[in-house]
Ligand binder design. Structure first.
Ligand code: HEC
Length: 134
């Protein structure tokens, strides 16, 4: 009796696992292509993270860029990255590097939402994750 239950459970487990690996990952959203990986490398080489955050983690000189593509659009992001501003440096990136960075940021954008509301930003520029942590 018990053996039969275990055999049934084992078969269900194996079929579920195989089904999960074969059918549930369509590989379109999270699988990074070459451009995305190149963009990630540029992001690391140019140290964008020292001023920007992804999901609230990183430097605090510039804004969180997790959802910058869906909220502000590709053209605005491209212009900032290509030319810099008074506050953000112009890093003399090639068009290819800029496009790869956009591909990387779009990919990050697809991974989820990072909602940092203005009332969560402390006057020092850091984020208030929890009120009165001490
Ligand atoms: C020295 C700090 C610094 C570095 C390094 C830096 N940024 Fe920025 N970035 C800023 C600041 C500050 C702003 C806001 C600029 C402004 O409002 O004038 C900004 C703005 C942006 C914006 C536009 C945000 C918006 O609100 O639309 C994008 C996109 C961006 N940066 C991408 C990058 C990328 C990609 C890199 C790396 C190649 C990078 N930044 C490196 C400081 C930096």
């Amino acid at each position: 009796m018990f053996l039969r239950i275990w055999i049934v459970l084992f078969i269900i487990f194996i079929s579920y696992t195989i089904g999960l690996y074969m059918f549930c990952d369509d590989g379109t959203i999270l699988k990074p292509d070459e451009n995305i990986i190149a963009g990630r490398n540029t992001w690391q080489e140019k140290n964008c993270q020292s001023c920007h955050q992804l999901y609230g983690l990183g430097g605090y000189m510039g804004p969180d860029l997790t959802n910058i593509i869906s909220t502000k659009g590709v053209n605005r992001a491209k212009t900032f990255i290509k030319y810099g501003t008074g506050k953000m440096p112009d890093m003399s990136l090639s068009d290819e590097e800029v496009n790869n960075l956009i591909a990387y940021l779009s990919w990050i954008d697809n991974t989820g939402k990072s909602e940092i509301t203005p009332d969560k930003i402390h006057w020092t520029g850091t984020y208030i994750i929890k009120e009165k942590a001490w």
